[in-house]
Design a protein around this ligand. Structure first.
Ligand code: NUP
Length: 222
């Protein structure tokens, strides 16, 4: 599964990239850069193209976190991303709000950037287990460190794992999928390419061929 990270800061361009790539993209992830420039209603516009995931990395007290989740679910998102280091009470509240909208909650275990190793890595497996015990739907784990994808998957086997960091941050589709990712999240390598649609198509095809390779290998092993 390919998720487009739409960190474009021009409203019209964002809509154009979303429409041009829609055929190859399962969901569109929005983040502060787009919403702070285009306004929160861009979420509703994009939701008409593909399901939207709100990556506001919710990280506040339960009340404020729940309010943020409610506002974006009201705008039509299908899922929100929260930080896990905030602890159980906040995740429970975000989960409760999401359930009112039949929505999903994904939890960041450690950032894909180098700084993610400074504080977050140490607690990433506890965060993964917490997210699972709270009934969240999945984790956000670093495509830049496939060994960490494997680690969080074994800590919380029932959760989906979505992985940012392919392309501009150096992660490879094959390594990430072999580590057990359910989806890759790609931003700059698609929307900054001269032909975003073609770039999305290439990621889509690469995902398909890697998936077939993995399935063949699993088939042989069984
Ligand atoms: O650990 C994370 N790394 C990361 O890059 C968690 C994230 N949510 N992201 C987001 O994924 C980041 O904020 C951006 O929206 C997207 C990656 O974009 P790109 O590096 O493919 O351009």
């Amino acid at each position: 599964m390919l998720i487009l990270a739409l960190d474009v800061v021009d409203h019209e361009r964002a809509l154009k990239v979303a429409k041009d790539t829609a055929e190859f993209v399962s969901a569109i992830k929005v983040n502060y850069p787009l919403v702070l420039t285009a306004g929160v209603d861009v979420i509703s516009e994009l939701s008409e193209i593909r399901p939207v995931i709100a990556d506001f990395k919710i990280a506040d007290i339960p009340y404020t976190s729940g309010l943020i989740a409610k506002i974006v679910f009201e705008k039509g998102v299908r899922a929100v991303i929260a930080h896990g280091f905030v602890g159980r009470d906040t995740l429970q509240e975000v989960r409760r709000v999401a359930s009112d909208y039949d929505g999903e909650v994904y939890v960041v275990t450690e950032l894909s950037s180098t700084g993610g190793k400074e504080f977050m890595s140490e607690h990433a497996l506890e965060i993964a287990k917490l997210a699972e015990s709270v009934g969240c739907d999945g984790l956000i784990a670093p495509a830049t460190r496939p060994d960490r994808i494997r680690a969080v998957k074994s800590a919380a086997p029932s959760l989906k794992v979505l992985c940012p960091g392919v392309g501009a941050q150096g992660g490879s589709v094959e390594d990430v999928m072999k580590a057990g990712a359910d989806a890759i999240i790609v931003g700059r390598a698609i929307y900054n390419s001269p032909d975003p649609r073609e770039s999305a198509r290439r990621y889509f095809e690469e995902l398909r061929s890697v998936r077939e390779k993995i399935d063949r290998k699993d088939g042989k092993a069984n």
